[in-house]
Write a protein that binds this ligand. Sequence first.
Ligand SMILES: Cc1cc2nc3c(=O)[nH]c(=O)nc-3n(C[C@H](O)[C@H](O)[C@H](O)COP(=O)(O)O)c2cc1C
Length: 248
Amino acid sequence: MRYGAPVETRICGYGQDSEGDWIAELECGHTQHVRHRPPFQMRPWVTTPEGRESQLSSRIDCPLCDRGEPVPTRVAAPSVRILAVCGSLQAKSRNSELVELACRSAPRDVEVVSFDGLRDLPHFDPDLEADGELEPVRKWRSALSASDAVLIASPEYGHSLPGVLKNAIDWVIGSGELESKVVAITAVVPSEERGRRGLQALADTLNAVRATIVGGEPIARGPDFSLRTAQLLAELVAVALRARAEKT
Ligand SMILES: Cc1cc2nc3c(=O)[nH]c(=O)nc-3n(C[C@H](O)[C@H](O)[C@H](O)COP(=O)(O)O)c2cc1C
């Protein structure tokens, strides 16, 4: 039940959810999504770093304060955030099993978030952006920007990488979200000699954006599957942390 005027607070920072949408951190201790979804929610400022900066300290109603909801205990942000991408679209995908395993078994301080929007991306065509960024492309770019590193598990199709994955990478070659990113790549295969040409093709494409490639070996289904996945994830985290330390 509401009594009197809505409770006002101020924006004091920002975070992003797994879809790359922005969340305002409020002085009251609550958080609130701040989306730009015309014509329903008009917040063009949230789409640029300058716009977000300009809204720091601005007043905002807090419905959670209105309802008297307690402020959640702050959980420290995970130290490494990894975006996991499966190159296969089929429902019973072995590669998506690896992605799901990585999400479930991430060690403490590591958050692995899966991105499943590859099927929503249109065929790459820069003309499609003449009137602004398309929503599926925005989500893909934001999810990449919000991550410290990327894990890609992908099948080999026709001695190469799947078209849907190449298409997704093409969408960010010009905009730069994969530029110099740390990216672990693998392919879940029935036996170790399979999938290597697909991985080589994927590595060649990632080299175009100067990605630091981790792993690159197929992982065979079998008793070592979980161990090999955990080892790849651990190597990815180590390289991502090293890259971060070198930047600061
Ligand atoms: C259209 C098509 C092309 C394929 N081409 C290759 C190939 O060139 N080399 C290979 O090792 N496997 C190839 N495969 C087998 C896939 O890599 C294999 O089915 C893989 O498990 C699919 O991954 P998923 O289970 O994650 O969907 C192909 C499969 C399909 C459907």
